[in-house]
Design a protein around this ligand. Structure first.
Ligand SMILES: Cc1cc2nc3c(=O)[nH]c(=O)nc-3n(C[C@H](O)[C@H](O)[C@H](O)COP(=O)(O)OP(=O)(O)OC[C@H]3O[C@@H](n4cnc5c(N)ncnc54)[C@H](O)[C@@H]3O)c2cc1C
Ligand code: FES
Length: 277
């Protein structure tokens, strides 16, 4: 059993979960993830490691309520979950590359933080850009600002920072001929693809964190397979962070949507059921 130290709804529909997991906190590296199981029979849920504290033996994740399991996790009132497996996946290499743009949307505003911190500590010039539909959906700002040479907020409705999204700011920076050596984007697949569409013709090595459907997280089931540079790769062991230019985006979108009808039905059914109780 793993103790939940705290669970907080940081903005509507996004939760910060701090869990006691000393062996993971000790080994975690930026870009890695964990798999949680709420109970023994529960789904295995992959979440990006968004922070950790080896001294306190604690890890932090941010999750978005999208379906049945994340709804169950959001409403959980017990103080323990069955399993936390990790750290999983390949970490990013935190070397000095020059000027780096890092963009986060949705749960990626939490997920990008360890990479921002590691790349700043490695001596890079770090430009962090985050996006949300509106100002009330922004979180993690102070932590990100602390390790960023420039910190840019964007909102879809213009209620805070620049009006628009991460890719709009990247587009303007490129137009102004600002030097960018590398870019990292974490968020929904559409957001990451839009960002890559801006960088791809400008000699900017761009990385994105894929979130295909996963089951075991150890390269055994094949569920998370994606086509990268013409080869089948398993996001759980070969990724989840890949160079964006190598990704077959069409296949990624298709595989991610494979069960969306069933997921929507079961989510609707259980959210109506829990409202009736
Ligand atoms: C490496 C990795 C890191 C991730 N990091 C985060 C994170 O930090 N925060 C966060 O909120 N979400 C993250 N996700 C996505 C998260 O795992 C899914 O949102 C969650 O499993 C959905 O479960 P559900 O039952 O609530 O929704 P479902 O009803 O199962 O599905 C709703 C949506 O989630 C996607 N999904 C469903 N099951 C999985 C699965 N096992 N793996 C990946 N996607 C799935 C579906 O394609 C669908 O779009 C990550 C996924 C991966 C693979
Ligand atoms: S989740 Fe099974 S191979 Fe990656």
């Amino acid at each position: 059993m793993y103790e939940i130290i705290s669970k907080t709804e940081v903005v509507p529909n996004i939760y910060e979960l701090i869990i006691k997991a000393p062996e993971i906190a000790e080994k975690a590296k930026p870009g890695q993830f964990v798999i949680l199981m709420i109970d023994e029979a529960g789904e295995r849920l992959p979440f990006t490691l968004s922070d950790w504290d080896a001294k306190k033996g604690a890890i932090t994740i941010y999750f978005l309520e999208v379906g049945l399991s994340t709804m169950t996790l959001a409403r959980l009132d017990k103080k323990n979950i069955s399993a936390v497996i990790g750290p999983l996946g390949k970490p990013v290499s935190a070397e000095k590359f020059g000027t780096i743009v890092l963009g986060g949307g949705c749960y990626g505003i939490g997920g990008i933080y360890p990479i921002v911190k590691a790349l700043k500590e490695a001596g890079n010039t770090v430009i962090t850009i985050i996006e949300a539909r509106s100002s009330y959906l922004l979180y993690n700002k102070e932590k990100l600002r602390k390790y960023s040479d420039r910190f840019i907020v964007t909102t879809g409705d213009g209620t805070k920072g620049e009006k628009g999204k991460v890719h709009d700011v990247v587009k303007i920076m490129i137009k102004r001929k600002e030097k960018i050596n590398r870019a990292y984007f974490i968020g929904c697949t559409f957001m990451m693809m839009n960002c890559f569409n801006e960088t791809k013709n400008h000699d900017i090595t761009t990385f994105v964190a894929l979130s295909p459907i996963m089951v075991d997280g150890t390269g055994m089931c094949g569920c998370c397979r994606c086509l990268v540079d013409g080869e089948t790769k398993f996001a759980c062991v070969d990724g989840p962070i890949f160079e964006a230019k190598d990704i077959d985006w069409d296949i990624l979108f298709k595989r991610n949507a494979a069960y969306s009808q069933q997921e929507a039905m079961i989510y609707q059914f259980h959210s109506c059921e829990s409202r009736e109780v």
